[in-house]
Design a protein around this ligand. Structure first.
Ligand SMILES: Cc1ncc(COP(=O)(O)O)c(C=O)c1O
Length: 372
Protein backbone atom coordinates (compact mmCIF):
# COMPACT_ATOMS: atom_id res chain seq x y z
CA UNK A 1 0.00 0.00 0.00
CA UNK A 2 1.28 3.48 -0.88
CA UNK A 3 2.08 5.96 1.88
CA UNK A 4 -0.67 8.41 0.81
CA UNK A 5 -3.25 5.65 1.35
CA UNK A 6 -1.71 4.56 4.65
CA UNK A 7 -1.87 8.15 5.94
CA UNK A 8 -5.63 8.03 5.55
CA UNK A 9 -6.41 4.48 6.64
CA UNK A 10 -3.69 3.22 8.99
CA UNK A 11 -4.86 3.12 12.60
CA UNK A 12 -8.37 4.36 11.89
CA UNK A 13 -10.89 2.02 13.49
CA UNK A 14 -14.55 2.81 12.69
CA UNK A 15 -16.68 2.58 15.82
CA UNK A 16 -17.98 -0.96 16.42
CA UNK A 17 -21.15 0.14 18.24
CA UNK A 18 -22.35 3.04 16.07
CA UNK A 19 -20.52 2.44 12.80
CA UNK A 20 -19.08 5.99 12.98
CA UNK A 21 -16.54 6.23 10.17
CA UNK A 22 -14.13 8.25 12.29
CA UNK A 23 -12.96 6.68 15.51
CA UNK A 24 -14.55 8.43 18.50
CA UNK A 25 -12.44 10.12 21.17
CA UNK A 26 -12.19 7.81 24.21
CA UNK A 27 -11.92 10.17 27.14
CA UNK A 28 -12.18 7.48 29.84
CA UNK A 29 -9.21 7.34 32.18
CA UNK A 30 -9.99 3.72 33.13
CA UNK A 31 -11.53 0.62 31.52
CA UNK A 32 -13.83 -2.05 32.94
CA UNK A 33 -12.53 -5.48 33.86
CA UNK A 34 -14.50 -8.63 33.04
CA UNK A 35 -15.75 -10.89 35.85
CA UNK A 36 -12.71 -13.10 35.44
CA UNK A 37 -10.46 -10.06 36.00
CA UNK A 38 -9.32 -9.76 32.39
CA UNK A 39 -9.50 -6.63 30.20
CA UNK A 40 -11.49 -7.87 27.20
CA UNK A 41 -10.74 -4.85 24.97
CA UNK A 42 -7.06 -4.73 25.90
CA UNK A 43 -7.22 -1.35 27.68
CA UNK A 44 -6.70 -0.97 31.42
CA UNK A 45 -5.81 2.62 32.33
CA UNK A 46 -5.23 5.57 29.97
CA UNK A 47 -1.69 6.37 31.11
CA UNK A 48 -0.69 2.86 30.01
CA UNK A 49 -2.67 2.92 26.75
CA UNK A 50 -5.71 4.49 25.18
CA UNK A 51 -7.60 3.67 21.96
CA UNK A 52 -6.79 7.02 20.32
CA UNK A 53 -3.12 6.80 21.28
CA UNK A 54 -2.91 3.24 19.95
CA UNK A 55 -4.43 4.41 16.65
CA UNK A 56 -1.92 7.26 16.36
CA UNK A 57 0.96 4.91 17.14
CA UNK A 58 -0.27 2.37 14.55
CA UNK A 59 -0.55 5.08 11.92
CA UNK A 60 2.88 6.70 12.37
CA UNK A 61 4.48 3.27 12.72
CA UNK A 62 2.99 2.25 9.41
CA UNK A 63 4.10 5.48 7.67
CA UNK A 64 7.68 5.11 8.91
CA UNK A 65 7.72 1.37 8.18
CA UNK A 66 8.68 0.51 11.77
CA UNK A 67 7.63 -2.33 14.07
CA UNK A 68 6.35 -0.36 17.09
CA UNK A 69 5.76 3.23 18.19
CA UNK A 70 5.23 5.17 21.41
CA UNK A 71 3.47 8.56 21.44
CA UNK A 72 4.40 11.30 23.92
CA UNK A 73 3.06 14.65 25.06
CA UNK A 74 5.76 16.56 23.10
CA UNK A 75 8.64 16.00 20.72
CA UNK A 76 10.98 16.84 23.59
CA UNK A 77 9.39 14.15 25.78
CA UNK A 78 9.84 11.69 22.90
CA UNK A 79 13.55 12.57 22.64
CA UNK A 80 13.86 12.45 26.42
CA UNK A 81 12.48 8.88 26.51
CA UNK A 82 15.36 7.75 24.30
CA UNK A 83 17.97 9.23 26.66
CA UNK A 84 16.11 7.85 29.69
CA UNK A 85 16.17 4.39 28.15
CA UNK A 86 20.00 4.41 28.10
CA UNK A 87 22.19 3.23 30.99
CA UNK A 88 24.06 5.72 33.13
CA UNK A 89 27.57 6.17 31.78
CA UNK A 90 26.48 5.56 28.15
CA UNK A 91 27.84 7.84 25.48
CA UNK A 92 25.89 9.47 22.64
CA UNK A 93 27.06 11.42 19.60
CA UNK A 94 24.79 14.28 18.60
CA UNK A 95 24.92 16.89 15.84
CA UNK A 96 26.70 20.10 16.83
CA UNK A 97 23.84 22.05 15.23
CA UNK A 98 20.99 19.97 16.67
CA UNK A 99 17.61 21.58 17.48
CA UNK A 100 18.52 23.87 20.38
CA UNK A 101 15.85 22.48 22.76
CA UNK A 102 17.47 19.04 22.74
CA UNK A 103 20.95 20.53 23.17
CA UNK A 104 19.59 22.49 26.15
CA UNK A 105 18.11 19.25 27.53
CA UNK A 106 21.44 17.42 27.24
CA UNK A 107 23.50 20.29 28.67
CA UNK A 108 21.04 20.89 31.51
CA UNK A 109 18.99 17.93 32.71
CA UNK A 110 21.32 15.19 31.48
CA UNK A 111 24.43 16.82 32.89
CA UNK A 112 23.22 15.38 36.24
CA UNK A 113 22.68 11.89 34.81
CA UNK A 114 26.18 10.88 33.82
CA UNK A 115 25.16 10.68 30.16
CA UNK A 116 28.29 11.32 28.12
CA UNK A 117 27.76 13.48 25.05
CA UNK A 118 30.01 14.37 22.10
CA UNK A 119 28.87 17.03 19.65
CA UNK A 120 30.01 16.36 16.09
CA UNK A 121 29.65 17.92 12.68
CA UNK A 122 27.54 15.27 10.95
CA UNK A 123 28.69 16.51 7.54
CA UNK A 124 32.27 15.61 8.46
CA UNK A 125 32.38 11.80 8.51
CA UNK A 126 35.99 11.71 9.76
CA UNK A 127 35.03 13.81 12.77
CA UNK A 128 32.11 11.45 13.40
CA UNK A 129 34.34 8.36 13.14
CA UNK A 130 36.70 9.83 15.73
CA UNK A 131 33.85 10.58 18.15
CA UNK A 132 33.08 6.89 18.87
CA UNK A 133 34.06 5.44 22.24
CA UNK A 134 33.70 1.88 23.60
CA UNK A 135 30.57 3.01 25.51
CA UNK A 136 28.88 4.78 22.55
CA UNK A 137 25.28 3.57 22.38
CA UNK A 138 23.69 5.98 19.91
CA UNK A 139 24.30 8.53 17.20
CA UNK A 140 21.59 11.14 16.64
CA UNK A 141 20.86 12.60 13.21
CA UNK A 142 18.63 15.54 12.38
CA UNK A 143 18.24 15.97 8.63
CA UNK A 144 17.40 18.57 7.39
CA UNK A 145 18.68 20.34 10.49
CA UNK A 146 17.03 23.18 12.37
CA UNK A 147 17.62 26.01 11.35
CA UNK A 148 20.70 25.66 9.07
CA UNK A 149 18.98 23.08 6.82
CA UNK A 150 22.10 20.89 6.71
CA UNK A 151 21.69 17.46 5.16
CA UNK A 152 23.33 14.46 6.81
CA UNK A 153 24.16 11.29 4.92
CA UNK A 154 21.95 8.89 6.89
CA UNK A 155 23.19 5.79 5.08
CA UNK A 156 26.89 6.58 5.54
CA UNK A 157 26.38 7.55 9.18
CA UNK A 158 24.41 4.34 9.79
CA UNK A 159 27.24 2.21 8.34
CA UNK A 160 29.81 3.89 10.61
CA UNK A 161 27.53 3.65 13.65
CA UNK A 162 26.65 -0.01 13.12
CA UNK A 163 30.34 -0.90 12.77
CA UNK A 164 30.60 0.27 16.41
CA UNK A 165 27.50 -1.75 17.46
CA UNK A 166 25.65 1.47 18.30
CA UNK A 167 22.20 2.56 17.14
CA UNK A 168 21.17 5.35 14.79
CA UNK A 169 18.39 7.67 15.95
CA UNK A 170 16.91 10.05 13.39
CA UNK A 171 14.82 13.13 14.11
CA UNK A 172 12.53 13.07 11.06
CA UNK A 173 10.47 16.12 12.05
CA UNK A 174 11.45 18.35 9.11
CA UNK A 175 11.17 15.75 6.36
CA UNK A 176 8.33 13.55 7.67
CA UNK A 177 7.97 9.96 6.39
CA UNK A 178 6.38 11.36 3.23
CA UNK A 179 9.72 12.79 2.09
CA UNK A 180 12.31 10.62 3.86
CA UNK A 181 12.38 7.07 5.20
CA UNK A 182 15.26 6.79 7.68
CA UNK A 183 14.67 3.05 8.30
CA UNK A 184 15.36 2.32 4.63
CA UNK A 185 18.65 4.20 5.02
CA UNK A 186 19.73 2.23 8.11
CA UNK A 187 18.24 4.10 11.10
CA UNK A 188 17.13 2.07 14.13
CA UNK A 189 14.88 4.63 15.80
CA UNK A 190 12.99 7.59 14.38
CA UNK A 191 11.37 10.34 16.38
CA UNK A 192 9.20 13.34 15.64
CA UNK A 193 7.92 16.48 17.11
CA UNK A 194 4.36 15.74 15.92
CA UNK A 195 3.60 19.33 16.95
CA UNK A 196 4.95 20.16 13.48
CA UNK A 197 4.03 18.58 10.14
CA UNK A 198 2.24 15.50 11.49
CA UNK A 199 -0.28 17.61 13.41
CA UNK A 200 0.04 20.27 10.74
CA UNK A 201 -2.32 22.94 12.12
CA UNK A 202 -0.47 24.65 15.05
CA UNK A 203 -3.05 23.33 17.52
CA UNK A 204 -1.45 20.36 19.28
CA UNK A 205 1.86 19.57 21.01
CA UNK A 206 3.09 16.00 20.66
CA UNK A 207 5.92 13.62 19.90
CA UNK A 208 6.42 10.03 18.83
CA UNK A 209 9.23 7.46 18.75
CA UNK A 210 9.13 4.67 16.17
CA UNK A 211 11.44 1.66 16.38
CA UNK A 212 12.49 -0.55 13.49
CA UNK A 213 12.40 -3.55 15.82
CA UNK A 214 10.33 -4.44 18.84
CA UNK A 215 13.47 -5.00 20.88
CA UNK A 216 14.63 -4.61 24.46
CA UNK A 217 15.60 -0.96 23.94
CA UNK A 218 12.14 -0.12 22.66
CA UNK A 219 10.59 -1.89 25.65
CA UNK A 220 12.54 0.51 27.86
CA UNK A 221 11.09 3.45 25.90
CA UNK A 222 7.62 1.93 26.36
CA UNK A 223 8.30 1.72 30.08
CA UNK A 224 9.30 5.40 30.20
CA UNK A 225 6.07 6.22 28.36
CA UNK A 226 3.68 4.08 30.40
CA UNK A 227 5.24 4.50 33.82
CA UNK A 228 6.67 8.01 33.41
CA UNK A 229 3.33 9.08 31.90
CA UNK A 230 4.32 11.99 29.59
CA UNK A 231 1.51 10.88 27.30
CA UNK A 232 -0.68 12.83 24.87
CA UNK A 233 -4.38 13.22 25.72
CA UNK A 234 -6.94 11.31 23.63
CA UNK A 235 -7.98 14.62 22.04
CA UNK A 236 -4.33 15.42 21.17
CA UNK A 237 -4.07 11.98 19.52
CA UNK A 238 -7.31 12.56 17.62
CA UNK A 239 -6.10 15.94 16.35
CA UNK A 240 -2.69 14.59 15.32
CA UNK A 241 -4.24 11.64 13.50
CA UNK A 242 -6.68 14.00 11.78
CA UNK A 243 -3.70 16.11 10.68
CA UNK A 244 -1.87 13.07 9.31
CA UNK A 245 -4.79 12.22 6.99
CA UNK A 246 -3.73 15.17 4.79
CA UNK A 247 0.03 14.93 5.41
CA UNK A 248 0.96 13.66 1.93
CA UNK A 249 -0.89 16.38 0.07
CA UNK A 250 0.31 19.08 2.49
CA UNK A 251 3.97 18.05 2.11
CA UNK A 252 3.63 18.28 -1.66
CA UNK A 253 2.36 21.88 -1.47
CA UNK A 254 4.79 22.88 1.33
CA UNK A 255 7.67 21.67 -0.88
CA UNK A 256 6.41 23.32 -4.08
CA UNK A 257 5.83 26.64 -2.31
CA UNK A 258 9.17 26.54 -0.49
CA UNK A 259 11.00 25.94 -3.78
CA UNK A 260 9.36 29.00 -5.32
CA UNK A 261 10.09 31.16 -2.26
CA UNK A 262 13.71 29.92 -2.15
CA UNK A 263 14.21 30.79 -5.82
CA UNK A 264 12.72 34.26 -5.25
CA UNK A 265 14.98 34.92 -2.25
CA UNK A 266 18.02 33.47 -4.05
CA UNK A 267 17.81 36.25 -6.65
CA UNK A 268 16.91 39.08 -4.24
CA UNK A 269 19.55 41.83 -3.90
CA UNK A 270 18.93 42.21 -0.14
CA UNK A 271 19.50 38.52 0.57
CA UNK A 272 23.02 37.33 1.34
CA UNK A 273 22.38 33.56 1.32
CA UNK A 274 19.52 31.07 1.18
CA UNK A 275 19.66 27.72 2.96
CA UNK A 276 17.32 25.36 1.13
CA UNK A 277 18.40 21.88 -0.01
CA UNK A 278 16.21 22.21 -3.10
CA UNK A 279 18.47 24.89 -4.60
CA UNK A 280 21.03 23.30 -6.96
CA UNK A 281 23.94 25.24 -5.41
CA UNK A 282 22.99 24.32 -1.81
CA UNK A 283 25.68 22.27 -0.05
CA UNK A 284 23.23 19.46 0.73
CA UNK A 285 21.44 19.40 -2.63
CA UNK A 286 22.93 16.23 -4.16
CA UNK A 287 22.52 14.26 -0.94
CA UNK A 288 18.99 15.55 -0.38
CA UNK A 289 18.10 14.51 -3.95
CA UNK A 290 19.31 11.01 -3.09
CA UNK A 291 17.60 10.53 0.27
CA UNK A 292 14.50 12.79 0.10
CA UNK A 293 11.56 12.72 -2.32
CA UNK A 294 11.22 16.52 -2.38
CA UNK A 295 12.95 19.15 -0.25
CA UNK A 296 10.29 20.11 2.29
CA UNK A 297 8.74 23.33 3.50
CA UNK A 298 11.49 24.80 5.70
CA UNK A 299 14.10 27.30 4.65
CA UNK A 300 16.37 29.90 6.20
CA UNK A 301 18.05 32.95 4.72
CA UNK A 302 20.51 35.67 5.71
CA UNK A 303 19.46 39.25 5.07
CA UNK A 304 22.26 41.62 4.11
CA UNK A 305 23.04 43.57 7.27
CA UNK A 306 22.75 42.81 10.95
CA UNK A 307 20.16 41.59 13.45
CA UNK A 308 18.29 44.93 13.27
CA UNK A 309 17.85 44.52 9.52
CA UNK A 310 16.51 40.98 10.05
CA UNK A 311 14.11 42.18 12.76
CA UNK A 312 12.86 45.05 10.55
CA UNK A 313 12.21 42.65 7.68
CA UNK A 314 10.27 40.34 9.97
CA UNK A 315 8.28 43.25 11.44
CA UNK A 316 7.17 44.37 7.95
CA UNK A 317 5.61 40.98 7.09
CA UNK A 318 1.86 41.03 6.89
CA UNK A 319 0.91 37.54 5.75
CA UNK A 320 3.66 35.52 7.46
CA UNK A 321 2.89 35.20 11.18
CA UNK A 322 5.74 36.12 13.56
CA UNK A 323 5.93 33.01 15.72
CA UNK A 324 8.17 30.10 16.58
CA UNK A 325 7.35 26.50 15.54
CA UNK A 326 6.84 25.14 12.03
CA UNK A 327 5.06 22.66 9.84
CA UNK A 328 1.60 24.15 9.85
CA UNK A 329 -0.72 25.17 7.05
CA UNK A 330 -0.02 28.86 7.74
CA UNK A 331 3.41 30.36 7.03
CA UNK A 332 5.55 31.45 9.97
CA UNK A 333 8.58 33.75 10.11
CA UNK A 334 11.11 33.72 12.89
CA UNK A 335 14.32 35.36 14.07
CA UNK A 336 15.98 32.17 15.23
CA UNK A 337 18.99 33.48 17.19
CA UNK A 338 16.84 35.42 19.66
CA UNK A 339 14.62 32.39 20.28
CA UNK A 340 17.64 30.14 20.84
CA UNK A 341 19.17 32.48 23.41
CA UNK A 342 22.72 33.60 24.26
CA UNK A 343 24.37 30.20 23.56
CA UNK A 344 23.17 30.23 19.93
CA UNK A 345 25.49 29.60 16.99
CA UNK A 346 22.81 30.75 14.55
CA UNK A 347 23.81 33.88 12.59
CA UNK A 348 22.02 36.98 13.94
CA UNK A 349 20.89 38.03 10.46
CA UNK A 350 19.22 34.65 9.83
CA UNK A 351 15.48 34.42 9.28
CA UNK A 352 13.76 31.04 9.31
CA UNK A 353 10.62 30.47 7.29
CA UNK A 354 8.09 27.71 7.70
CA UNK A 355 6.33 27.81 4.36
CA UNK A 356 2.64 27.00 4.58
CA UNK A 357 0.15 25.96 1.95
CA UNK A 358 -1.15 29.42 1.02
CA UNK A 359 -0.64 30.44 -2.63
CA UNK A 360 3.07 30.92 -3.33
CA UNK A 361 2.39 34.22 -5.15
CA UNK A 362 0.96 35.73 -1.96
CA UNK A 363 3.90 34.54 0.13
CA UNK A 364 6.40 35.96 -2.35
CA UNK A 365 4.50 39.27 -2.52
CA UNK A 366 4.66 39.56 1.28
CA UNK A 367 8.42 38.88 1.37
CA UNK A 368 8.97 41.28 -1.53
CA UNK A 369 7.34 44.19 0.31
CA UNK A 370 9.05 43.22 3.59
CA UNK A 371 12.48 43.26 1.95
CA UNK A 372 11.91 46.54 0.07
C1 LIG B 1 13.63 19.23 14.83
C2 LIG B 1 12.89 19.30 16.14
N1 LIG B 1 12.92 18.24 16.99
C3 LIG B 1 12.28 18.25 18.18
C4 LIG B 1 11.57 19.36 18.60
C5 LIG B 1 10.89 19.37 19.95
O1 LIG B 1 9.52 19.22 19.81
P1 LIG B 1 8.40 19.82 20.81
O2 LIG B 1 8.43 21.32 20.67
O3 LIG B 1 7.14 19.17 20.32
O4 LIG B 1 8.76 19.39 22.19
C6 LIG B 1 11.50 20.48 17.75
C7 LIG B 1 10.75 21.68 18.16
O5 LIG B 1 10.83 22.74 17.55
C8 LIG B 1 12.18 20.45 16.49
O6 LIG B 1 12.14 21.49 15.64
Amino acid sequence: MKIETKAIHAGNHPDETTGAVVQPISLASTFERAEDGSYPKGFKYSRASNPNRTSLEECVCSLEGGAVAAAFSSGSAAAMSIFQALNTGDHVIVPSDMYHGITTMLKGIYSHWNLQVTYADMQNLDEVRKAFQPNTRALIIESPSNPMMKISDIQALAEITHSHQAMVVCDNTFATPILQNPFLLGADLVFHSSTKYLGGHSDVIGGIVVSKNDDEFFQRIREVQQIGGAVPSPFDCFLTLRGIRTLAIRMKVHSENAMQVAQFLHHHPKVEKVYYPGLPDDEGHELAKKQMKTFGGMLSFLVKGDEREAMKTIARCQLFTRATSLGSVESLIEHRASIEGPATHTPHNLIRLSIGIEHADDLIADLKQALS
